[in-house]
Each structure stands twice: as C-alpha cells, then as structure tokens.
Design a binder for this molecule. Structure first.
Ligand SMILES: NC(=O)C1=CN([C@@H]2O[C@H](COP(=O)(O)OP(=O)(O)OC[C@H]3O[C@@H](n4cnc5c(N)ncnc54)[C@H](O)[C@@H]3O)[C@@H](O)[C@H]2O)C=CC1
Ligand SMILES: O=C(O)C(=O)Cc1ccc(O)cc1
Length: 292
C-alpha cells in the first residue's frame, strides 16, 4: 500500500493508472499535476486525483510513488522539476512509448536518485487522449515492459513489478535498446504508415470521394491514424534511428510486392500473401497466462 501517488500528467495513461491504483486499494491519496490547470481541475472533478498540485514538485512532495505520464519530450523537464524532492525510497516510473531517450534523460538529471527510476511502457492505450478517456480497466490483462538499467535499485524494481502485477499486467523486462528496436517495428512503423496512408489518399483531388467509399478493412487498418499528433510527433522523432531502419525494410518489402504485381507474377505474389496471411492468422496479443 502506497501513501501517496504523485501524478505528473493527468491524461489518459496517468489518469487510468490513478483510477486503477485507487480501485485496487493500493494508494491512500493521489496528488496530481498537469501543465494545464484546467486539466488538473478536471481530473479532480472526475475523482481521478484527490488533490490538485500547482507544480510537479508539489505533487511529488510526500509521495512514495511517482508516475510521469507526459509526452516523452516533457520527460527531462519533469525530472528536473521533481528531483529535489525524490527520497531514496521513492519509486518513480514513467509510461513513455520510447525508452532510450527517457533513460538518457533520467541519467542526465536524476544522478544520485537514478536508481529510484524504473522505466515502464504499458502496451495498452487508445487513439484518443485526455483525462476524459481515463479508464480503470485500461491496464488489466495487458503487457508492461520494464527497462531497468544497471543502476536501478532492486527494491524499486521489485515494487514496480508488484504494482503492475497487482493491476493485472504481465510484466516483461528488457533493455531500453531492445525495447526501442521492437516497438519501432510493431508500434511506431504501423502508426507512421497509417498517417502516410490517410494523407496519401486525402491529398488526392478525388481523395474525399475515395474515403467516403471505404469499408471495415480500411477502418481497422487506419484507426490509429486518429492518434494525438503531438504525442506521435515526439515518439517518431525520439526513436528515429530504429524507426527509419524499419521504414527502409518496409519499403523494400513493398517494392518487392510492386515488382510482382507489375510483372503479373501471380504465383510468387500468392506465396507472399500466403506467408503474410498465415503469420497474421497465428498472431495473438500476448496476455498473462491466467487470462488467456
Ligand atoms: N495514448 C496511448 O495509447 C499511450 C501513450 N503512452 C505514453 O504515455 C504518455 C502520456 O500519453 P497520454 O496519457 O496518452 O497523453 P494525454 O495527452 O492524455 O496526457 C498527457 C498529460 O500530460 C500533460 N502534460 C504535457 N506536458 C506536461 C508537462 N511538461 N508537465 C506536466 N504535464 C504535462 C498534459 O496536459 C496531459 O494532461 C506519453 O509519453 C505516451 O508516449 C504509452 C502507451 C500508450
Ligand atoms: O491505439 C492503439 O491500439 C495503440 O497502439 C495504443 C498505443 C499507443 C502508444 C503506445 O506506446 C502503446 C499503445
């Protein structure tokens, strides 16, 4: 049981964490801070937080657990804002979609308190942002990736595993590098392609008409193109090396298919589609064993 959650960023991810922690009876009090005072006020009105803090530092004052749930570009400034009130027993986590940049920011800013920080990335979310969409069930049955580094304290790492497990998550550990390489392929590239696809159609003279004719396959394929622009701008740039590498591999694969279409090589094209079809048919989102 934690005494106080200091929540920096009272939006979709942070608000959902606060609601889930409260519902599980794991925290006595949630003190929240968001950059915009109206968001912090809304979070309190909704019962997501108990107390509005006028600064990140004051949200962390007295907290034994701190969650940074801000755009990844705001991580370093948030660490700077709170570092003077971090105690040796505090557990600090984030929920950022990229991990190498977040860990680099922690190394630069937290110094003696670096061990208190357990980088985390819950593999769940929505294409809509904001505290209005916060949901106590968001994390239940989902994966959470922790990317501890050599200086992460064992006690804080154990506490982090216990908290996410208590919320019904399956916890995996990997290096920040492995995390960013994997999520460039299975999250950042799909978002990039969805954004590009929508723009490539809507940019055509007939684009509006074409979009009005689209069906469920298009809807499923492009849902994530409606995601938050600022959040995704940050993610794509923060993980640019890995993402551009994945984009190159994707473009080569696309060109290979284009050649088969241009030369009407139906047999090879069918083989390629068969391979994709089988891989996708056998794919499932990983979930905790007990929830399968
Ligand atoms: N939305 C999603 O599906 C997922 C998002 N994430 C990560 O979670 C983090 C938060 O995303 P969401 O909750 O979706 O966004 P959100 O927009 O719903 O919430 C972010 C909150 O942070 C506040 N904020 C922005 N800059 C700040 C600063 N400098 N100091 C204090 N507060 C600040 C905003 O006012 C907002 O209330 C991002 O780093 C994102 O990469 C991770 C997994 C899924
Ligand atoms: O909307 C969806 O399905 C997502 O893919 C949400 C999401 C967005 C960012 C992440 O880092 C993880 C999950």
């Amino acid at each position: 049981m934690f005494e106080q959650l200091g929540l920096i960023g009272c939006g979709l991810m942070g608000g959902s964490f606060a609601l889930a922690l409260k519902r599980a009876g794991l925290v006595k009090r949630v003190v929240g801070y968001s950059k915009s005072p109206s968001t912090t006020e809304r979070a309190r009105q909704m019962g997501v937080i108990d107390v509005e803090a006028p600064s990140a530092l004051l949200a962390v004052s007295g907290a034994d657990i701190v969650l940074l749930a801000v755009p990844v570009s705001a991580t370093e400034a948030s660490f700077k804002a709170i570092r003077h009130l971090v105690g040796p027993n505090t557990l600090i986590m984030d929920v950022g979609s990229t991990k190498r940049d977040v860990v680099d920011a922690a190394r630069r800013v937290l110094r003696d308190h670096l061990g208190c920080f357990v980088p985390a990335h819950p593999i769940t979310g929505k294409e809509v942002s904001g505290v209005e969409h916060a949901d106590a069930d968001l994390y239940f049955g989902k994966q959470v990736i922790l990317t501890p580094i050599e200086r992460t304290f064992t006690v804080q790492l154990e506490k982090a595993v216990n908290v996410w497990t208590a919320l019904g998550c399956n916890v995996l550990k990997m290096s920040p590098q492995s995390h960013d390489a994997a999520y460039a392929a299975v999250s950042h590239l799909p978002h990039l392609i969805a954004f590009a696809l929508i723009n490539s159609i809507s940019g055509q003279a007939q684009g509006k008409d074409y979009l009005s004719l689209a069906g469920p396959g298009f809807r499923d394929f492009t849902r994530i193109a409606a995601s938050d622009p600022k959040m995704w701008r940050d993610i794509l740039i923060a993980n640019k090396e890995e993402l551009l590498e994945q984009s190159k591999i994707f473009q080569n694969t696309l060109q290979d298919l284009e050649k088969l279409i241009a030369t009407a090589d139906g047999d090879t094209l069918e083989d390629r589609i068969e391979k994709a079809s089988q891989t996708r048919a056998n794919w499932r989102i990983s979930s905790p064993k007990s929830l399968k």
